[in-house]
Design a protein around this ligand. Sequence first.
Ligand SMILES: [Zn+2]
Length: 381
Amino acid sequence: MTERLYLSDPYLTSFRARVVEMRELDGKPAAVLDKSAFYPEGGGQPGDRGRLGGAQVIDTQERQGEVLHLVDKPVSGEVEAEIDWVRRFDHMQQHHGQHLLSAAFDKLEAPTVSFHLGERTCTIDLDAPLGKLDLRAAEAMANDSIWRDLPVIARDFTGEERAKLPLRKEPVKGDRVVLVEGVDASPCGGTHPRRTGEVGCIAILKAQRWGEGKARIEFACGNRVVRLLREANETVQQAADALKAAPADLAQAAARVAKDAYDRRKALEAAQADLAKLEAAQLMTKPGPVVAKVERGAAFARAIAQAISSQGRIALIASIEDGRAHLCFARPKGEGAAMGALLKEALAVLGGKGGGNPDFAQGSGDPGRLDEALALAARKI
Ligand SMILES: [Zn+2]
């Protein structure tokens, strides 16, 4: 069995080890070492990456109690190993931050049921309804635990000593407990910093309902908070630049632009409706059903078809938009041929798709045989 060096020293970044065996996992070569500081994925924390001799370690997994180092090429003999420390330390900040946040929520009667450490952010799922959570209180409590810079003890606890610990959850395996005196005691096999202060800070980013009576909390710790704040600032600046506003005035500027856009759209729709009525009147100078191709696209064709049918006449209107032929068939309510069936036949000619009811139907297809399709429909009215 591999000796797990990260348990006694989570700060160990390089070591020498002997390759005991090469195996295969998911079609990739996987090295088993006599000892290793690589953390295998578990307890919500991803497996470590790094270097093993001349090979890259792309992931570390655990199978049947054995630590498997997934490598890009096979290795053998004595090897120098190095862990991707930037990535690992980030995981230590997130994972320990999670313990402190879960401990805080626990005190607010919201126990944690699961934890996921993602590429950008982390989540915990809480067994408590979203409406009952005081997010800011939990965040403040967790940050207070960080800024008091308390010692973190991570070791095996057994017997009487263990019985005295107020464990936050049941152990999954082993005797290891991560303890912050007066704050949290949680069974855990993950890697943790020496003191809570190394987490830096914790920020709750989002909370949402997650199934019946549960909530999912998205958060980030340490350097991720700095990175996310930088990204958010850049986004705010870009949006402010686009709206020609100061970042502080962004919300007002965005609301103003949205209102302007809404007002303009309404004005345009009204103008288009008037124009459609005019065009409909021109098309209705001759008696009988109106069969026509119009400019300005599908929405305009629809407005014309509706204007004509409301005047008591059948309308078969087509328009070409974005290289597609759009058909709008309308009849006065309850009178004349069924538009849905008629459209189906016309669309069969165009190889298109659409639908509707006996009073109104619309669809689109290939414009190549549009005249033929309209003529066919016109004959069947
Ligand atoms: Zn843990």
